[in-house]
Design a protein around this ligand. Structure first.
Ligand code: KG4
Ligand code: ZN
Length: 341
């Protein structure tokens, strides 16, 4: 089976082809640089950029895989959650291609795509836990079987990636141009800093729930840097970045271990943009390993938003005989239902 995937839920325009066993034949991602000046994604600019690049990106994916639409068995597309104007661009293109080529359309939940990102490179059998940490989401999920998900915990305010992005912005680290990946900049700085230099708060550490909260941490960083002179701030940047990152990692590791205890599931899959964070990977790998479990995570290119994961989830549903009607709507606030498909 061969599935074309299209992802336009936020600020990446992506198209990919995956074949049997979710093998990626092409994975093209065009990141939008136009938001850099604003320090965050501007929805109107995002939809316009998707409009400009979606067709060329799909063409590039087909060319890279060396296939035509006629050889594809289905077209998978992110239907939500995400920015409505951005989702509509991908959906409209997917519907048009499905109609023109006479192929089934498969609407995919963006978070289910992230769950499938681990299946592209690893042989991973349910049940497993997924810690999904991205710019828009922070969730602990139990994957009872593919297509059946239970949310064990989530962030009560900011997502982990959002916290990285906001802290990068308040520290004045975002470049004037280029992509707005605050997490990557903080992680680079943190590599030379002391993670125990500053004792930033660990919210909900003793709370019995599997929820997270990161907005207080962001405020704590702001309160810490406010009284510093420009020179002091500059000198302390690596320590601030490392101490902030450690607080995020502690929260993520702590709740994941608690989820392992509660569910008795020892296999953990990390997904989403923040899963590219080396400190998080290393700390989680050690913690999960010490408890006799195993941690999986995708290559960085499959951590951040991409269409290979959407094609993979689409391929799974298609192989189970499920597809969507051409009246499929964008669902900006779509939730991941216990039985998805
Ligand atoms: O999954 P993704 O591409 O987008 C959403 O669906 O939200 O994740 C993007 C997020 C951004 O917040 C970015 O700052 C964060 O992932 N990120 C990182 C790293 N690389 C990307 N956060 C921490 N460490 C990194 N190395
Ligand atoms: Zn995402």
């Amino acid at each position: 089976m061969l599935v074309l995937g299209i992802e336009t839920s936020c600020d990446e325009t992506a198209a990919a082809l995956v074949g049997d066993a979710y093998a990626p034949l092409a994975n093209i991602i065009s990141s939008q640089a136009e938001h850099a000046l604003f320090g965050g994604v501007v929805p109107e600019l995002a939809s316009r950029a998707h409009l400009r690049t979606a067709v060329p990106v799909v063409r590039a994916a087909l060319a890279a895989a060396g296939v035509g639409l006629a050889q594809v068995d289905g077209i998978a597309v992110t239907r939500g959650p995400g920015l409505v104007g951005s989702l509509i661009v991908g959906l409209s293109l997917a519907k048009a291609l499905a109609l023109a080529a006479g192929k089934p359309l498969i609407g995919v939940h963006h978070l289910e795509g992230h769950i499938f990102s681990n299946l592209i490179e690893h042989t991973l059998a349910p049940p497993f836990l997924t810690l999904l940490v991205s710019g828009g989401h922070t969730e602990l999920l139990r994957v009872a079987e593919l297509g059946r998900y239970e949310r064990l915990g989530r962030t009560r305010d900011d997502a982990a990636g959002e916290a990285f992005d906001k802290v990068a912005k308040l520290l004045g680290l975002l470049p004037e141009s280029g992509s707005v990946m605050g997490g990557r900049i903080i992680a680079e700085l943190a590599a030379t800093g002391n993670p125990r230099a500053i004792g930033f708060p660990r919210a909900l550490e003793r709370d019995q729930s599997l929820d997270f909260s990161f907005s207080g941490l962001k405020t704590a960083v702001l309160n810490y840097v406010r009284p510093l002179s420009a020179e002091q701030r500059q000198a302390q940047l690596p320590d601030i970045a490392a101490s902030f990152q450690e607080a995020v990692v502690d929260a993520l590791v702590g709740k994941t271990l608690r989820a392992m205890e509660r569910t008795g599931i020892a296999t953990v899959a990390l997904a989403g943009g923040v899963a590219a964070n080396r400190r998080l990977r290393a700390r989680l790998e050690e913690a999960v390993g010490t408890r006799g479990g195993q941690l999986f995570y995708p290559s960085p290119v499959l951590c951040t938003d991409n269409a290979a994961m959407i094609a993979a989830a689409g391929l799974f549903h298609l192989s189970q005989g499920r597809s969507s009607g051409l009246d499929l709507d964008a669902a900006p606030r779509l939730s991941l239902s216990p039985t998805h498909g």
